[in-house]
Design a binder for this molecule. Structure first.
Ligand code: 4AD
Ligand code: MG
Length: 432
């Protein structure tokens, strides 16, 4: 039995006397009437303290409440269509737990530097609440989709002896006298798991020592990665469009209130349904050249402005497939009709959010992978187990990785990924 009621369940208690435990977010003093903006972690509610309804001590205590003071309220909720959230609490008693010291984050505007330095407190604000509740629901939608579509959750290690996505962004650590690295991606292990269990996914934090200061890069971010045996590039793009559409449509239904708080234009999200447009890298290069970058050459990698040009042509996410072999990871399968390109594809989100998925078909060819490991100057010993997957029952297989923070930034339409994760890790940022 709960001795108090949470705001998220308030509808069940209309007309009944209840106790709520939380904090004061804001207060408006109208003399005999005190309007409290009260929060308990599950939401925000307006609580009205009328002098004649409470003891003189309780009324005095209410007047002394400062922002973020912890407080226990007893009262009766009623439906109030004009109140944000639709309910209001008529207060009968007020118990102060602690009067908070001068709170650094006031309702006025603060710079983002200051807010990030106070991230441990900033998390309490309605906007951050809306973003992180949306993130949690996106994560649940992701798990539901894979669990309901025959993918087995098989988690992959965080400490690894080798690189997956190139050696320039590895975080090195000391593993009892030998170097080890924080994982950049669970993919290589996923490939072993797919050969054992058919269709698998892993979901966890990944790490990149990214020296870039952009709106899209974190050094610690979460990635969900499915991988399946006998899958092709086309299979991956079909799965990817079904999966991303499911996430977006679920959030439109389940987080409508939060999207309203964030002032998200939902008409753009409503269009996110399968199928998605699919263009080749070569077609994308022509688009880029025609739209302001005549000097862009076949073989160059896309930067953020190039991705924006591509995604602006469509109102849905767009797959770009068959990138030049030279700019993609060592494990990608060559296109049998043109070995200059690989059977990989990235998914670019609309509204300038750039790449949210990377993936494709993996090479099943032992000799080719041996040559790639040499060409990319990777230490062969660390990859012997991976090469075993090509010695014992190699099959075509594919998979992809979706970055959670970029997906949250797009769905919530945020300027920067730093607000999509409770405590962002970025270049020059590890506090708090
Ligand atoms: O394109 P990436 O590097 O692909 C892989 O790691 C593959 N091994 C995945 C796979 O096929 N299993 O990363 C995948 C996604 C990107 O599309 C992006 O959404 C996200 O991970 N991502 C980042 N997000 C935030 N900060 C960074 N530094 C990121 N790097 C990649
Ligand atoms: Mg990528």
């Amino acid at each position: 039995m709960m001795d108090h009621v949470y705001i998220q369940n308030i509808a069940q208690y209309v007309g009944k006397e209840i106790t709520m435990k939380g904090w004061l977010a804001d207060k408006t003093d109208k003399g005999k009437l005190q309007f409290l903006k009260f929060r308990d972690g599950t939401g925000f509610i307006q609580a009205v303290v009328f002098q004649k309804d409470v003891s003189p001590e309780a009324f005095d205590a209410t007047k002394k409440l400062t922002q973020e003071s912890s407080v226990i309220l007893t009262g009766v909720p009623r439906a109030e269509p004009r109140a944000p959230g639709g309910y209001e609490l008529s207060v009968k008693d007020v118990q102060v737990v602690q009067i908070a010291a001068d709170y650094p984050i006031t309702p006025k505007d603060h710079g983002v530097e200051f807010l990030m330095a106070n991230r441990h407190l900033w998390l309490r604000s309605p906007r951050q609440h809306a973003i992180l509740r949306t993130r949690a629901r996106i994560v649940k939608a992701i798990r539901d989709w894979f669990d309901d579509n025959g993918f087995l959750l098989v988690d992959t290690p965080m400490l690894t002896p080798s690189a997956c996505e190139g050696t320039t962004t590895l975080f090195e650590t000391d593993y009892f006298g030998v170097p080890a690295y924080l994982t950049q991606s669970g993919q290589l292990y996923n490939e072993a798991d797919a050969m054992a269990f058919g269709k698998v996914y892993c979901f966890g934090p990944t790490f990149r020592a990214e020296k870039s200061k952009t709106r899209r890069h974190l050094t610690e971010f979460w990635m969900v990665e499915p991988e399946w045996a006998y899958g092709t590039l086309d299979d991956y793009m079909r799965v990817g469009e079904e999966f991303v559409s499911y996430i977006v449509q679920t959030i439109l239904k389940e987080r409508a209130e939060e999207l309203k708080v964030l002032e998200r234009d939902t008409s753009k999200l409503e269009k996110v349904t399968p199928p998605f447009p699919k263009i080749s890298y070569t077609e994308a290069v022509e688009l880029i050249q025609k739209n302001g970058f005549p000097d862009f050459k076949w073989g160059d990698d896309f930067g953020a402005p190039h991705e924006t040009i591509i995604s602006e042509q469509y109102d849905k996410p767009v797959f770009v497939h068959r990138y030049p072999t030279e700019i993609k990871a060592f494990y990608m399968a060559l296109d049998p009709t043109n070995p200059k390109v690989v059977l990989g594809a990235d998914l670019l989100a609309p509204e300038g959010y750039g790449e949210i998925i990377g993936g494709g078909e993996r090479s099943a060819d032992l000799a080719y992978l041996e040559s790639q490991i040499e060409k990319h100057k990777l230490p062969r010993e660390a990859y012997e187990w991976y090469l075993d997957l090509r010695r014992y029952g190699a099959v075509p297989h594919c998979g992809f990785g979706l970055g959670i923070e970029r997906t949250v930034a797009w769905i919530c339409k945020l300027d920067h990924v730093r607000e999509t994760i409770p405590f962002a890790r970025m270049l020059e940022k590890i506090y708090p």
